[in-house]
Design a protein around this ligand. Structure first.
Ligand code: ARG
Length: 241
């Protein structure tokens, strides 16, 4: 498709007027010690996670697989560093922990097929209060946290952001998400879009009243109308994580 110069100019204006907030449509989050950031061996941030025990982090299964030009490669515990108690990724506050082990749901193949959950066992306990896992109730307002993109075409954020999104009913999710699996997934977002998680938020926490109900898994674009974000329903995996 060819785009004429005036149309391009308008597009640039519209895109630059979108709110500049990670996660999309959100606000700066305070230091949230149970919301952790995962770094690879090269020191690059790549996913979020949540501290569910002194030495245990839950994240997305797809965060434990590295996509490379040559295909998928399992990330190795020795390559990972967990950063907790730090909202600004360029700051030095909080704590870091090495990873001793990775458990990935054995049925995981692809985000759209579900079971997008993994845990990291830390080499040492972190001195922060973990977040409790709870059931997701449709209609409740949930909060998603992350350092991901602030819009589909925007850069990831270096500072932690949060945004509130309503948990939708399974019928609504099934109507909008192909292959929706109510047992292991939940979805959240406004019919009109505008607020959502985005690339880079994966593995990060979705909470209701301070309790963890989901892990950022996937979405079609970010914050689009009628495209709720899809999260791993953690209550379903509580006995395994
Ligand atoms: N798969 C993404 C990641 O790896 C998360 C995407 C979430 N998207 C959304 N629209 N809720 O960071």
């Amino acid at each position: 498709m060819r785009i004429s110069a005036p149309v391009f100019a308008v597009l640039v204006l519209v895109l630059s007027a979108l709110p500049a907030d990670a996660v999309v449509g959100g606000r700066a989050a305070p230091v949230t010690p149970w919301a952790v950031a995962l770094f690879d061996a090269a020191g690059n941030f790549f996913c979020g996670g949540a501290l569910i025990g002194p030495d245990k982090v839950v994240t997305a299964a797809h965060c434990t697989v590295e996509r490379t030009a040559l295909g998928d490669r399992d990330r190795l515990p020795a390559d990972l560093t967990v950063v907790a108690g730090r909202a600004d990724l360029d700051a030095k506050d909080g704590r870091t922990a090495k990873v001793a082990g990775i458990w990935r749901h054995p049925a995981f193949t692809d985000v759209a097929a579900g079971d997008d959950v993994a845990t990291l066992t830390l080499a040492a306990a972190l001195p922060y209060r973990p977040v409790r896992v709870a059931e997701a109730v449709p209609g409740r307002t949930a909060t998603v946290y992350g350092w991901g993109r602030t819009g589909e075409l925007r850069a990831p954020s270096r500072t932690l952001r949060q945004v509130d999104v309503p948990i939708r009913s399974d019928a609504e999710c099934a109507a909008r998400v192909p292959d929706y699996r109510p047992d292991g997934m939940l979805c959240a977002g406004f019919p009109e879009g505008g607020r959502d998680a985005c690339e880079g938020d994966s593995g990060g926490p979705l909470t209701v009243a301070g309790e963890l109900v989901g892990v950022v898994s996937y979405g079609r674009g970010c914050a689009r109308p009628d495209q709720p974000g899809v999260y791993t329903r953690l209550s379903r995996y509580q006995d395994r994580i």
